[in-house]
Design a binder for this molecule. Structure first.
Ligand SMILES: Nc1ncnc2c1ncn2[C@@H]1O[C@H](COP(=O)(O)OP(=O)(O)OP(=O)(O)O)[C@@H](O)[C@H]1O
Ligand SMILES: [Mg+2]
Length: 271
């Protein structure tokens, strides 16, 4: 079932005399349970598309529907995880994760169960009373994921959530997100620069072109299934990433992205 539909969406910005045509004629359908990875060179409009879906921006042309209703602004039905976790520094891990359910007026006893469940799910049981400054970058990002999940949104929007993490923590987080996705059956739209990350995690990889951003490739992928099905945890993720089939898809998509990266930027006048 389609959760999200973008129809003929175009966006331009006017920071000065010259307009920036950020997105052009975007058509995208996201179905329930999809783990859609959006990749493309810097400046191709990935964050712009995510911000439109989050309701932070409006399309210049076209419309985006969530469960058949036009998106007019931010809402609790969409949770956003950014590259740098935007946690409230004076609140504990528990307090940060509790925010969404509190705003939604979830009764106190249900709230406690929900918050503890998600803190546990992201592997932070025992850290509930810590404050963000007492946690590593990876742990803070786990809190941000738990907070997003506790909102019980229809769609989880993630904009390079692991971009600031070291390589080892990043791979751990990829595995953890796959595990969480398989347990919660969430629908995820995940923006990343990292083609390998996209091919490892996604059920689908969407590649965008720059200048202006359009969808060039929309490819179904299912490497994550064998990672989740295995009992070897992180070792299964590494094993899948080194199979010839995985390397072949990764290199093919990488060549596509690199080809687009050599093009000019998004500056041109809208029609
Ligand atoms: N508020 C804004 N005002 C003017 N131009 C903007 C604004 N937001 C984005 N842009 C421009 O729109 C284009 C797309 O930007 P966007 O941030 O969506 O790219 P991106 O694909 O997320 O890039 P990156 O991979 O570097 O994060 C860029 O040319 C950018 O400069
Ligand atoms: Mg971006």
């Amino acid at each position: 079932m389609a959760i999200l539909e973008a129809h003929d969406v175009s966006v331009w910005f006017r920071p000065g005399k010259t307009a920036v045509f950020a997105l052009k004629d975007i058509d995208l359908v996201i179905r329930e349970g999809d783990f859609t990875c959006l990749v493309g060179p810097s400046g191709c409009g990935k964050s712009t598309l995510l911000h439109l879906i989050a309701g932070f921006l409006r399309p210049s042309v076209g419309e985006i529907l969530l469960d058949g209703r036009r998106i007019e602004g931010p809402g609790a039905d969409r949770a956003v995880v950014m590259q740098h976790p935007t946690l409230l520094p004076w609140m504990t891990v528990y307090g940060n994760v509790e925010l969404g359910p509190k705003v939604r007026s979830v009764p106190a006893s249900d709230r406690r169960r929900l918050v503890e469940q998600y803190i546990d799910l992201v592997g932070l049981a025992g850290f509930a009373s810590r404050r963000p400054y007492e946690l590593s970058g990876g742990m803070q990002q786990r809190v941000a994921v738990a907070r997003a999940l506790a909102n019980d949104s229809r769609l989880l929007l993630m904009d390079e959530p692991f971009g600031a993490l070291d390589a080892l923590t990043r791979e751990t987080m990829q595995f953890e997100l796959l595990r969480i996705w398989s347990l919660t059956k969430k629908t995820i739209l995940f923006v990343t620069h990292d083609v390998e990350e996209a091919v490892a995690c996604g059920t689908r990889v969407v590649v965008m072109t720059p200048g202006p951003g359009r969808i060039a490739v929309d490819r179904a992928i299912d490497f994550s299934r064998s990672v989740i099905a295995g009992a070897g945890g992180m070792r299964d993720l590494r094993a899948v990433k080194s199979t010839p089939a995985f390397v072949s898809v990764r290199e093919e998509l990488m060549a596509t992205v690199l080809g687009f990266a050599n093009r000019n930027g998004a500056r041109c006048e809208p029609q």
